[in-house]
Design a protein around this ligand. Structure first.
Ligand code: 5GP
Ligand code: ZN
Length: 117
């Protein structure tokens, strides 16, 4: 399967790993939008949040367990997890991934959706 993040997990494309276990892989985003910007992914290929089922949702729980471990390891007290699903939401890589953002005071509101009015 021609998937960028599967290749990163396999080591065929280099990345800066921040966490790995049997189920989950996490690495630095190549174009960070915050001082801390990691991508946390299940190793199993799930194309997006719209493909989460009763059978595979345990993998997503493991993603959140990993986020908590990473935060603890790195002394991160406050962080935001974002998942983009589908083109309009800005999903560019079709292997489910969770952006972990930290290290800056973050705003919240219509501006975060790119709305101007
Ligand atoms: P999306 O827009 O799909 O929610 O997020 C995809 C993310 O993957 C983007 O933030 C982008 O910067 C990151 N990304 C794309 N290609 C690579 C790559 O080759 N290596 C790494 N580390 N991140 C990548
Ligand atoms: Zn994949």
């Amino acid at each position: 399967m021609d998937c960028l993040f599967c290749k990163i997990i396999d080591g065929d494309i280099p990345s800066t790993k921040v966490y790995e276990d049997e189920i989950v892989f996490a690495f630095k985003d190549i174009a960070p939008i915050a001082p801390v910007h990691y991508l946390i992914i299940p190793k199993a290929h799930i194309s997006g949040a719209d493909q989460v089922t009763e059978e595979n949702s345990g993998l997503i729980a493991k993603v959140f367990e990993a986020a908590a471990k990473i935060a603890k390891n790195e002394g991160i007290e406050s962080f935001r997890i974002i998942n983009n699903c589908g083109d309009d939401a800005g999903q560019t890589v079709k292997h489910i991934h969770f952006h972990m953002l930290a290290g800056v005071k973050m705003g919240w509101g219509p501006e975060s959706l790119g709305k101007t009015e």
